[in-house]
Design a protein around this ligand. Sequence first.
Ligand code: C5P
Length: 235
Amino acid sequence: MKCAVVVVAAGSGQRLAAGRPKALVELDNRPLVEWAVSAFLAVPAIEQHVVVAPVSDTNLVASLVGPAVVVVAGGADRQGSVANGLAALRADITHVLVHDAARPLVPVAVVEAVVAALTAGARAVIPVLPVTDTIKQIAEDGTVSGTLDRSRLRAVQTPQGFDRAVLVRAHEAVGHDAERTVTDDAALVEAMGIPVVTVDGSDLSMKITTAHDLQVAAALVEVHRHEAAWAGDRR
Ligand code: C5P
């Protein structure tokens, strides 16, 4: 088995309104893309690192992440960016993790759990968290049409791990249907009828979308440091 990671970092970050692409926004004086890549550089099983950067900032991102990381330009949507990342994988790579740069504080332990599930034979793996809010489905007029059974719901994070051939096939199968927004690679694989295994995600791996999320993440940097130091001592 040979594992790679594709970190997608080519989004505009409009909802963050920081005046620059989200991946370049700083958290504790370090751009989000640099945070995100660092978790994967710390896992020896990950042999190739690919970052998908905004077209206008590929050189800047390359200088931030260093020469060991391949940087390619992003696509029009997330799915297009993942496809560009997959196209840059080395021929000998058998498994690939796909991670959103918008989750900068992903713990190394989550990356390791995804890799471990792939090693154990899973063809698709996603990190998940139990849902603490009750989730309701609403009708078009905003009234409630149903209440979902919370015990069976999970919030999905990244990195999601895949057998490379399966993910490439899934992307090819769905093509680029402008009508269909794909926010999650596992959904493409599910549609092919392939089982998707779940592993424990982490609260630290929260997704940064708004300025408020960035403030919450800033408050979590210390927790992240402590957990990393603690995990490092155990390794
Ligand atoms: O927009 P959202 O935050 O859901 O994007 C999830 C991830 O996909 C982000 O890390 C973003 O940088 C990435 N993305 C991308 N290319 C796009 C759109 C989003 O790499 N065209």
